[in-house]
Structures are given as C-alpha cells and as structure tokens.
Design a protein around this ligand. Structure first.
Ligand SMILES: NC(=O)c1ccc[n+]([C@@H]2O[C@H](COP(=O)([O-])OP(=O)(O)OC[C@H]3O[C@@H](n4cnc5c(N)ncnc54)[C@H](OP(=O)(O)O)[C@@H]3O)[C@@H](O)[C@H]2O)c1
Length: 326
C-alpha cells in the first residue's frame, strides 16, 4: 500500500539547532545499525521508519557496514526511499559514515582518503542518492594524518556528495584538531557522534564543553546502552533481544550484576517520575542543551512509540539527579 505521511508530523516533534549551524535536527533521531539489515524483516523495518517519519523524526542514521550483511541497511533504505519516501527527500536528513571494516584489503577500513571517498560513492549507489546530508569519519585512524581524513570530508562536501561533515568517536583533543582543520578548509564540522548514556559518560569530562565552544552539535548514540537501559534485562535475557541474537552487538556477559543493580535503582527513579526507564534515559540526555539529538535504535513500532514520549518529559529535580549520579 502506498504511504501517505501523517499531516501533523511536524507538530509532534521538538527540533534543536545543531551547534551554531543552520540545520535543525529532531530531538530524537533513528539509527539503522541493527534491525534493518538483510537478515531482518523488511516489512517490520519499513513500519518502524515510516512511523518515525509520521512522528516528525526527519533524521535517519547509517554507516556503510550497517546490516548484516554489510551495506544491506543502506540498500534496504534505498528501496524504501524509492517506494515510499521519494516525494519527501527534502524533508529528510540522511547520514552515513565510513571508518570501520567494510571490504577486504588495505583500502576498506580506517581513515584514508582512498577509503572514505570510495565508500561514500558506494553508499550513494546503494541508497540511490546523489548526495547524503551528513558524511562522517566513523572513528579516528591513528595511522593516517588527520589532515588527510578531514581533507576527504571537505572534498565530499565540495564535490556535492555530502552537505555537511561530521566526526564520530573522536576523543576531545583529536576532535579539537579536527574542528580546526575543517574550519581552515572552509567546511566547518557540523556534528560529533559519541556514545553517551547514563552508563557511558566519557563525553562529560571534556568533549561537551569543547563542542559548545566550537559551535558543533552532538548526537548521542546508544542512549539505551543497546537495550540495557530499558528494564528488559532485569528478569533475564528475553527471546529475540539483542543480547540473545547471534548477530546482536550486545554480549550477554556485559550485563553484569553491577550493571543490573544500577539499572534496578534507576528503574525505581523512572517509575517515581512516571516514566519507563527507556524514557527517563532519553530525557536525561535531552536535559542538556548541548545534546542536539538522541540517536535511538528501535526494533518495533511499540519501542519507538514508547521512546518518543521522552521528548516531552519535564526536567529533573536535584534529588533525582543526585540519585542517578550516586
Ligand atoms: N557512531 C558509532 O560508532 C555508532 C555505534 C553504535 C550505534 N550508532 C548509531 O546509534 C544508533 C542507535 O544505537 P543503538 O541501536 O545501540 O541504540 P539504543 O537505543 O541504545 O538501543 C536500541 C535497542 O534497544 C532496545 N530498545 C529500544 N527501545 C526499547 C524499548 N522501549 N523497550 C525495550 N527495548 C528497547 C532494542 O533492542 P532489542 O533488539 O533487544 O529489542 C533496540 O534495538 C545506531 O542505529 C547507529 O545509527 C553509532
């Protein structure tokens, strides 16, 4: 059946400016690392993406190797764009990245100009697009000069294959250098994509301050720690969950008794706030204006709809923050 988007979709979402750029992003964005690959049910993935768009999620995040198999999330999204969203391309922000393992040999990984630009061409081909909105260096490469990696991002933008440049997983000192190089090249960095959640708070030491100073946006990935911050693992490992699936990136061993104790405690705070743990974990990130968008994954429409409610939750009291930090 042909898709007709919800007419009221823009009334249902809060948009936040990405650093000091002209671009606004939805406070909640959807990432397709899992749940939309060749091994997944396409009809279900389609439902989740279209429901997200119906709720005002305009930003969809990819990397070259999202699947499995590698590339299949972009390939599936290309089909969805053609069949359902072709009339809405200018209402979408589509991002992709290169930096991790993609194809064999010395030119299919890390941060060389050779790899990044070939990978971007392949991503565009898979999605059937002339350009993506954001192209990222997915991780720093210790063996490639930063000037070369940033030069590739600058070229991607200048050649019209990307509208903006971003970096992901760069520690603060390296991010600072990357911002300077990109600024000097005339392609200011739009956004940094770090892992950030109640369980993973490295960005608070230095990075967030740096981003604010530089006017670079922040999109927090794995805000639910791949599902651990949802309460779903409090009573064991449910069937079909990421920790149970052979192709899931969450190892069952990482759900330790210490983590379960924290989750239990946080779950109680969430319930007192009238939220689920997932909603509170997302609201907690959104309380910081330096966080432009929270990049969730969702396997089902129900998960998506539950998480979306976090965008409207109020702030946190001092007591709640103390309890969460304890
Ligand atoms: N730049 C990078 O290096 C990098 C790395 C990782 C991710 N990312 C980006 O960030 C995006 C999100 O990462 P993520 O998938 O790890 O995010 P996440 O939101 O932390 O985890 C998503 C998973 O949590 C579970 N979940 C979500 N909502 C739920 C709910 N309401 N109730 C119960 N379970 C729920 C689902 O797992 P189940 O399948 O178990 O139900 C879902 O697949 C990725 O798609 C990707 O775009 C970027």
């Amino acid at each position: 059946m042909s898709y007709i988007p919800n007419e009221n979709r823009y009334g249902n979402m809060i948009y936040r400016r990405c650093g000091r750029s002209g671009l606004q992003l939805p406070s909640i964005s959807l990432g397709l690392w899992h749940n939309f690959g060749g091994v997944d049910d396409y009809a279900n993935g389609r439902k989740v993406i279209l429901k997200a768009f119906d709720h005002g999620i305009t930003h969809f995040d990819f990397a070259n190797n999202y699947g499995p198999p590698y590339g299949s999330a972009e390939l599936n999204f290309g089909k969805l764009l053609r069949e359902d969203l072709s009339a809405y391309r200018d209402q979408l922000v589509i991002s992709t990245k290169a930096g991790y393992d993609m194809w064999p040999g010395p030119y299919g990984n890390w941060g060389s100009r050779k790899y990044l630009l070939a990978s971007l061409d392949q991503s565009l081909e898979r999605m059937g697009l002339p350009y993506v909105d954001i192209f990222y260096s997915h991780r720093p490469d210790p063996d490639t000069p930063l000037e070369e990696t940033m030069g590739a991002l600058d070229y991607a933008v200048r050649s019209g294959k990307a509208l903006y440049a971003g970096i992901s997983n760069y520690p603060a000192p390296l991010a600072r250098r990357a911002f300077r190089i990109l600024r000097e090249l005339g392609t200011p960095c739009l956004i940094h994509q770090p892992k950030y959640s109640l369980l993973e708070r490295w960005v608070e030491a230095e990075l967030l301050e740096e981003l604010e100073k530089e006017g670079v946006g922040c999109i927090a990935f794995s805000p639910l720690a791949q599902g651990m911050l949802t309460g779903k693992y409090l009573k064991g490992i449910p069937e079909g969950s990421r920790a149970q699936r052979a192709d899931g990136a969450l190892q069952a061993e990482s759900i330790t008794p210490e983590i379960l104790e924290k989750i239990n405690r946080w779950n109680r705070v969430a319930l007192e706030r009238g939220q689920t743990l997932a909603q509170m974990a997302i609201s907690w990130l959104l309380k910081d204006p330096r966080v432009t968008s929270v990049l969730i994954g969702a396997r089902t429409v129900e998960q998506l709809e539950e998480n979306l409610k976090a965008a409207y939750a109020g702030g946190f009291s001092k007591e709640e923050l103390n309890e969460l930090n304890a």
